[in-house]
Design a protein around this ligand. Structure first.
Ligand code: HGY
Ligand code: MN
Ligand code: MN
Ligand code: MN
Length: 417
């Protein structure tokens, strides 16, 4: 039996599943999901859990200036540029047990399987947990991988505040104090020669097709905006309509116009208003300030450009008697993965006898930033009814293990080049 088969067979479905159950306790919710937001005590607990498992296996552990966490298995040529695999451990507020966490645990299981199978690789392989992929607490999302790739300044990231006014620099310092790891250099980022991320699909295509492995070819482009409407606080009982500058009434009109303007006929544009903040938030005061988020996605930059222009035109048309402004807070171009890595994933699935299909990713991932640094690809596995960013998110032990077996083959081939 060759090294690849030995390593793939050394992947243990039971161990991988148990690790998911152990991690799901950290930030676990009453409904069986997780609320493990970036740089929270729950995030620190997950970091410590992963580091504990890593140290028990003799792997070395590092962090960087934005808190990305790396678990390294040495290679025979330990100076060679490493191959990385991973995802994120932070979750949405009503998140599931698998979004992100699967990619981190699959990468770690791959290291363990190589160790158990006694398979040496020329290059080091590192499992990585990127900081703040979800961007639900601190925006923008995919922050750790963006800083690592030089797509977002560390200095900018450190000054970001969450909805309660907590500055990221403080939350990061608290997390790294609670979950300490050797700091690797000052500036984030280092040279690597390949990255493969395993993730649940977060959509229904694999399950509908009765297929086990998604060979991910691309990730659609995404843009995020914040819209702010300024009016004037006033007494809810005494202020006549004509004298009101009701920021909520203006926000509803603008948001409605935006929803209508982005409702394309072929249903390919994804437009979401996920958070609305109404100030001062008192039932008997006319709202003086309303802000809301926009998340917009499409495979084509040109389509995103056209719809962004519509959003800006709606804001420019005014919100009289209030004023409105729109700021773009994140933009990631559509990502096309490396044909060679796509081929490695597809060939591994085929060779190991798993049903598989090429497919794009509707969800964003850390891989969209790493793809700019080195040959990059992704492995998808199904999730139940395609549901994600929801506490009922579910996957099967067998599918998680299958994705990990494909992952370990792709990593092994990359690490021995
Ligand atoms: O929003 C996304 O696409 C990712 O799941 N955070
Ligand atoms: Mn994710
Ligand atoms: Mn997510
Ligand atoms: Mn991701």
């Amino acid at each position: 039996m060759n090294d690849i088969d030995r390593a793939a067979r050394a992947v243990r479905e039971d161990r991988l599943w148990q690790r998911h159950l152990d991690m799901a306790k950290l930030g676990g919710t009453a409904k069986g999901g997780v609320n493990r937001q970036a740089l929270s005590p729950e995030d620190a607990a997950a970091r410590n859990q992963l580091m504990g498992w890593a140290k028990a296996r003799g792997f070395s552990v590092f962090t960087d200036a934005i808190g990305n966490l790396f678990v390294r298995r040495a290679g025979s040529d330990d100076e060679a540029r490493p191959i990385l695999s991973g995802s994120h451990m932070d979750s949405q507020p009503t998140g599931g047990r698998f979004d992100g966490m699967y990619g981190v645990l699959a990468a770690f299981e791959a290291l363990e399987a190589l160790e158990d199978a006694g398979v040496r690789t020329r290059r080091p392989i590192e499992a990585v947990a990127w900081t703040n992929e979800e961007g639900s607490r601190f925006q923008p999302g995919a922050m750790g991988s963006a800083v690592f790739a030089g797509h977002y300044l560390l200095a900018s990231a450190l000054t970001v505040t969450d909805w309660k006014g907590v500055v990221l620099r403080e939350a990061l310092a608290e997390t790294l104090a609670a979950a300490p790891a050797t700091r690797r250099g000052d500036a984030p980022g280092f040279a690597l020669d390949g990255y493969v991320e395993a993730h649940i699909e977060q959509g229904p295509r694999l399950e509908n097709a009765g297929t086990t492995i998604g060979v991910v070819t691309s990730i659609q482009g995404s843009r995020r905006f914040m819209v702010e409407i300024l009016g004037e606080e006033a007494h809810a009982g005494t202020t006549p309509r004509a004298a009101r500058k009701d920021a909520f009434v203006a926000a509803v009109a603008i948001a409605g116009a935006m929803q209508a303007a982005t409702r394309d006929t072929d249903d390919t544009l994804r437009f979401t208003i996920g958070r609305v903040d109404v100030q001062p938030g008192s039932p008997n005061t006319v709202p003086g300030r309303v802000s809301f988020s926009i998340d917009m996605r499409h495979p084509s930059s040109e389509v995103l450009d056209a719809h962004e222009a519509k959003l800006r035109a709606i804001v420019a048309a005014g919100a009289a008697p209030c004023t409105a402004s729109i700021e773009r807070t994140m933009a990631v171009a559509p990502t096309v993965f490396d044909p060679d890595v796509i081929g490695l994933v597809r060939d591994a699935a085929r060779r190991q006898g798993f049903s598989h299909m090429d497919m794009p990713s509707g969800a964003g991932h850390d891989a969209m930033h790493i793809a700019g640094l080195c040959p990059t690809g992704m492995v998808f596995v199904p999730c139940e009814r395609g549901i994600s960013h929801n506490e009922v998110e579910n996957a099967t032990p067998a599918d998680l293990a299958a994705g990990t077996r494909v992952l370990v083959e792709a990593l092994l081939r990359l690490a021995n080049r």
